[in-house]
Design a protein around this ligand. Structure first.
Ligand SMILES: [Zn+2]
Length: 105
């Protein structure tokens, strides 16, 4: 079992070949943590960084820095359908529902 400090997701295992010829696992800390990813589909997010003014750290559209453009567009479409009465909130896919509710509020 790895030590508690090495069980975090910011630590990854790396296989190294030691001079005796055998391979061992070493633990490496990820620099700056993991890349930002879409909360719905898991795609890597573009335009997200950790330094600079807030407006430069993520896209400034709705759900920028949380959802990828495709999922964001789907959420906006679903919200429009619910708002105009073509769909009820229960018919929206559960993974989109909290974001759709966020628009409708
Ligand atoms: Zn997505």
């Amino acid at each position: 079992m790895p030590e508690p400090r090495n069980r975090s997701s910011s630590v990854r295992k790396k296989k190294v070949r030691v001079p005796s010829g055998e391979s061992r696992e070493r633990y490496e800390r990820r620099k700056g943590g993991k890349k930002a990813s879409c909360a719905v589909c898991g795609a890597k997010l573009q335009g997200v960084q950790r330094s600079g003014p807030k407006s430069a750290r993520r896209p400034e559209r709705k759900f920028g820095g949380a959802l990828c453009p495709k999922c964001q567009a789907s959420v906006v479409k679903e919200a429009g359908r619910v708002k105009d009465g073509f769909k009820s909130i229960e018919d929206v896919a559960i993974i989109y529902r909290r974001y759709v509710e966020g628009i409708l509020k």
